[in-house]
Design a protein around this ligand. Structure first.
Ligand code: ASP
Ligand code: MG
Length: 408
């Protein structure tokens, strides 16, 4: 007997039929003697619909009230899922995030989980229930409803698996695993049987939408065994996220290519080059809770420096106005520009540790297509570049080919 957390995404609960088929799968696992916790997202499109509704009333919605609205999406699907299980004769009980007591901080719309009270769930499991928990939502110390950021149900699933010390966390989605890249961009993309946790973390942080990054961080921290599977298929082992690295010769150097259209670039031009500048620019941006991703600073011959960084597209205007209002005059910057017509492409693989020349191969491949690289950042197992967004798909396709990801 195992304790399994199964998380189902929006397309897996898109309508009553899908929910019935989800319930049938849970019933099969239950019949094998397993204890099951189900975590569900809202019906696909529902969270977007709710956000759009809020924006019709207030263009930049108050985050607390937005959370109150969007959390309803998952409250509907937990009830439906519990009903579908009951219809199959299975004892089931639903919980919202606050009923479980998934305690988060108070950063509305992107809250972080602080702790989970697993007591009632454990009791219910021991009493033979399937427990159905709303993904994506929690409650802060003052009782406010919070949400965990888009795609946050994955994090709920993994965090629950960690809190319950589950044997496995299965993430059911509309694809049958993790691919070398998005098959909609590269039809030759291949499903991976396994991927290391570190690679998954990089892919998620670089824009792969298969798993929300916070969920992968959680899985790493608590060593949760994670598997990505399709809810549209009965068979198949999906992709296992492993903690072991196989160091075989056949192991490809690059495991996957991620891309991200969600970032914008901000450039602060002509800043005097002296200590404290990076802090004076990025400090106020961080204080406003805007996440910064890539950062580049170049010092010119004239003793001034250009400072470039990327933020989420939705936060570009906020960051620009902070910089123009509070920073520009203060530090004496000549000009501040924003550009949201960019995209980031990243190649990821633990094999980079033991192979040289990967970066130059990447840059040559892009150069041969005439694709200009605007920014570069690297880690031990990743190389990311920013390019003009109109070349994104071309860049992904040529890199997928150059690193022989379809063959393996
Ligand atoms: N319903 C939320 C969203 O669409 C959370 C999730 O699906 O994971 O982002
Ligand atoms: Mg999702």
């Amino acid at each position: 007997m195992a304790l399994i957390v199964q998380k189902y995404g929006g397309t897996s609960v898109a309508n009553p039929e899908r929910i019935k088929s989800l319930a049938a799968r849970v019933a099969r696992y239950k019949a094998l003697g397993h204890q099951i916790v189900v975590v569900v997202s809202a019906m696909s499109g529902e969270t977007n619909r709710l956000i759009a509704l809020a924006k019709e009333i207030m263009p930049d919605p108050d985050p607390r009230e937005l959370d109150v609205m969007v959390a309803t999406g998952e409250q509907v699907t937990i009830g439906m899922t519990a009903l579908a299980l009951m219809e199959l004769g299975i004892k089931a009980k639903s919980y919202t995030g606050s009923q479980v007591k998934i305690l988060t901080d108070n950063a509305h719309t992107k809250a972080r989980i602080l702790s989970i009270d697993e007591h009632n769930i454990k009791q219910d499991l021991d009493d033979g229930y399937v427990v159905v928990v709303a993904g994506f939502q929690g409650v802060d110390a003052d009782g406010n409803i919070t949400t965990l950021g888009r795609g946050g149900s994955d994090t709920t699933g993994v965090a629950l698996a960690a809190a319950l010390k589950a044997d496995e966390c299965q993430i059911y989605t509309d694809v049958d695993g993790v691919y070398t890249t998005d098959p909609r961009v590269v039809p030759e993309a291949r499903r991976l049987d396994k991927i290391t946790f570190e690679e998954m973390l990089e892919l998620a942080s670089q824009g792969s939408k298969v798993l929300q990054i916070r969920s992968v961080e959680f899985a790493g921290k608590y060593k949760v065994k994670l598997r990505v599977l399709s809810s549209f298929e009965e068979e198949g082992d999906g992709t296992l996220i492993t903690f072991e690295e196989e160091n075989t010769m056949e192991q490809p150097v690059i495991s996957g290519i991620a891309f991200n259209r969600d970032e914008a670039k901000i450039t602060v031009l002509g800043v005097p080059d002296k200590p404290g500048i990076a802090y004076q620019i990025l400090g106020p941006v961080a204080e406003a809770n805007v996440d910064v991703d890539m950062i580049i600073q170049n010092t010119g011959a004239d003793g001034t420096t250009d400072f470039t960084f990327t933020v989420h597209k939705n936060e570009m205007n906020k960051a620009l106005s902070i910089l123009r209002d509070k920073v520009q005059g203060h530090i004496g910057a000549r000009e501040i520009n924003g550009d949201d017509k960019i995209a980031k492409v990243s190649i990821v693989g633990v094999g980079m540790r033991s192979h040289v020349g990967i970066a130059s191969q990447m840059f040559r491949t892009l150069a041969e297509e005439g694709i200009n690289i605007q920014m570069i950042s690297t880690s031990e197992i990743k190389i990311a570049v920013v390019v003009d967004e109109k070349y994104l798909e071309l860049a992904v396709r040529v890199l997928h080919k150059a690193f022989e990801l379809e063959a393996a």
